[in-house]
Design a protein around this ligand. Structure first.
Ligand code: ZN
Ligand code: ZN
Length: 236
């Protein structure tokens, strides 16, 4: 996010209420699986914040973010499109989109805000790594002390792995709305399964598939067995 040519810090107050912004973050779950939160992608990567949070400065405890001579504070874009664009960067592939309400002191930039207090209103899940729309959150590997990172996944890629449903994430977050990021374009209008390729492999079709494979394997084993017997008899 570009810095303004001149700093203009203003305290937001008054009838228009908190300002709406958009950002990306990693969804997190606490080590005891009792709480969920969000982990920033740039500054504050070591911190996890909840639905409502006040920015803290990791450089100095002597001032309140956003300080005019420091880069502390929460950041957000003015538009969902800008946040969505950033989420396309490979290093942010497993991020989710947040719609937030910014309050308290803030600095306004051309593309967004740097501000003191944040309330996460909505979490939007993007696509799974396979390209399908994500429908749940699964354990995603790297975390920070006390927190594990979650990755958005589709049902097919999640497979038998345990997942956190969107409803469960919403409950643990304390009231954030969680949904799939369907807004904007209609992905199905551009991307669609190839003709003749199953869109989804459910258990009903998976079981006969596996049975067929097991039957084939059994037949092959019988063949090897009889061949072995033939060879054994021949050598006697
Ligand atoms: Zn600071
Ligand atoms: Zn997938």
């Amino acid at each position: 996010m570009s810095r303004p040519s001149s700093w203009s810090i203003a305290r937001h107050r008054g009838p228009e209420g908190p300002l709406t912004g958009y950002k990306i973050a990693y969804p997190m779950i606490s080590a005891d699986s009792r709480r969920v939160g969000f982990n920033g992608v740039a500054l504050g990567r070591t911190q996890v914040y909840g639905q409502v949070a006040d920015a803290v400065c990791i450089q100095s405890p002597r001032h309140h973010p956003p300080s005019s001579w420091c880069d502390c504070g929460f950041y957000c874009f003015h538009t969902l499109e800008d946040a969505r664009d950033l989420a396309c960067d490979p290093q942010y592939q497993h991020c989710v989109l947040l719609e937030i309400a910014a309050s308290g002191r803030f600095v306004r930039y051309e593309l967004g805000l740097r501000y003191a207090r944040q309330t996460v209103r909505t979490v939007r899940l993007g696509r799974c790594g396979c390209g399908r729309m994500s429908t749940a959150l699964a354990d995603g590997g790297p975390g920070v002390v006390g927190w594990r990172r979650l990755h958005p996944v589709c049902g097919l890629c999640a497979g038998p792995r345990p997942v956190l449903t969107l409803a469960a994430f919403a409950t643990l977050s304390g009231g954030v709305t969680v949904c799939s990021d369907q807004a904007g374009d209609d992905p199905d209008a551009v991307f669609a399964p190839l003709a003749g390729v199953a869109d989804d492999v459910d258990e009903a079709s998976l079981v006969p598939l596996l049975s067929a494979e097991v039957a084939l394997l059994q037949a092959r084993l019988d063949q090897v067995q009889s061949r072995l017997e033939q060879l054994t008899h021949r050598s006697e």
